[in-house]
Design a protein around this ligand. Structure first.
Ligand SMILES: C[S@@+](CC[C@H](N)C(=O)[O-])C[C@H]1O[C@@H](n2cnc3c(N)ncnc32)[C@H](O)[C@@H]1O
Length: 254
C-alpha cells in the first residue's frame, strides 16, 4: 500500500509528480467535482483526502465533508491548512483517520468523492475492488461516486525504463532535487517509483530521502467492468481529464 509518511506529506503540495501540478491549476482539477455536486446534497464522504486540495475548496463552498485518509501525516497537513480558514469552513470538515477499504458509516451518503489517486494507490486488484465495494456499502441507493486518477507513463508500461529529474522549492524555502526511477510489471499492472529527494543548501547536497511507491494503474475498460461487477453504472468517463494525464469518472449505485 502506498503509505504517505511524514516526509511525503510535508512536501506533497510542492513536489513534482505529487501535488505541485495540481496546486497550480486547482480550479481546473476540481471543476468536474463542483459540476456534479452542484445539484447534490451538501453532505459528502471523501476517501483519500490527502492535504485537502479538494476538501478545502468544497468546505469553503458550504459542503460538509467526512474526509477519510489512512495517513495521519496527510491529516496533519490538512489540519494546518484548516487553521487558517474561518470557523464555518473548519466546522465543515470532519477528519477521519481510517482505511477507506474497510470504512463503514451507519448513515449512508449520497456522494463519495475520491480526488486524484486513492484507487491506484491501492496496489492490487483485490484492494481496488475492496475500495469500490466500500463505496457501494457507504452509498444510499442512487448515490454517486466521483473519482479521478492519473495514468502512468505508457512507454514505461510498454517496457521502457525512464528516469526523471526535477528541482523544486518547498513552501518553507527548502530546495530539493527529485530523481524518479520508473519501472513496471505489466502482469500485475504495478508501476514502481523509486524516488530520491536530495536536499540542496548553498549549492551542496546535504542528504537524501528515498521513497518507494507502487501504483496499480487501471485501463478504461477494466475500471468500467470493476464498477459494473460491484454494482455501479458509469455515467461519465472523461479520458482527456487534465490534458490526458488522467481519468475523471462519475458512477451511480444501482
Ligand atoms: C495521491 S494522494 C491524493 C490526495 C488528495 N486527494 C489530492 O487530491 O491531492 C492519495 C491519498 O490516498 C490516501 N490513501 C491511500 N490508501 C488509503 C486507504 N486505504 N484508505 C484511506 N486513504 C488512503 C493516501 O494517504 C493519500 O493521502
Amino acid at each position: 500500500m502506498v503509505s504517505y509518511e511524514k516526509f511525503i506529506a510535508d512536501i506533497y503540495d510542492s513536489s513534482p509528480f505529487f501535488g505541485q501540478g495540481k496546486a497550480r491549476e486547482l480550479e481546473k482539477f476540481n471543476a468536474p467535482y463542483f459540476r456534479h455536486l452542484r445539484d447534490r446534497p451538501k453532505r459528502v464522504l471523501e476517501f483519500g483526502s490527502g492535504t485537502g486540495m479538494l476538501t478545502v475548496p468544497l468546505a469553503r463552498a458550504g459542503y460538509r465533508l467526512d474526509s477519510v485518509d489512512i495517513s495521519s501525516f496527510m491529516h496533519d497537513v490538512l489540519s494546518r491548512k484548516l487553521q487558517t480558514e474561518s470557523e464555518a469552513v473548519r466546522q465543515n470538515v470532519n477528519q477521519i483517520v481510517a482505511d477507506a477499504t474497510t470504512f463503514s458509516s451507519s448513515e449512508p451518503y449520497q456522494t463519495i468523492v475520491m480526488p486524484e489517486g486513492i484507487l491506484i494507490a491501492l496496489p492490487s486488484d483485490m484492494l481496488q475492488m475492496a475500495l469500490l465495494r466500500s463505496c457501494h456499502r457507504n452509498l444510499a441507493e442512487g448515490g454517486m461516486i466521483l473519482i479521478d486518477f492519473f495514468q502512468p507513463y505508457y512507454r514505461v508500461i510498454l517496457g521502457e525504463t525512464k528516469t526523471d529529474f526535477s528541482r523544486f522549492h518547498t513552501l518553507e524555502g527548502d530546495t530539493y532535487i527529485m530523481r524518479v526511477d520508473f519501472s513496471n510489471d505489466s502482469y500485475t499492472q504495478i508501476q514502481h517509483w523509486h524516488v530520491t529527494y536530495t536536499k540542496i543548501v548553498d549549492g551542496n547536497e546535504v542528504g537524501s530521502t528515498v521513497v518507494d511507491l507502487d501504483f496499480r494503474y487501471v485501463f478504461y475498460s477494466e475500471i468500467k467492468l470493476m464498477l459494473e461487477i460491484v454494482g455501479f453504472r458509469v455515467i461519465e468517463l472523461d479520458v482527456e481529464f487534465a490534458e490526458h494525464r488522467g481519468f475523471f469518472l462519475a458512477a451511480q449505485k444501482i
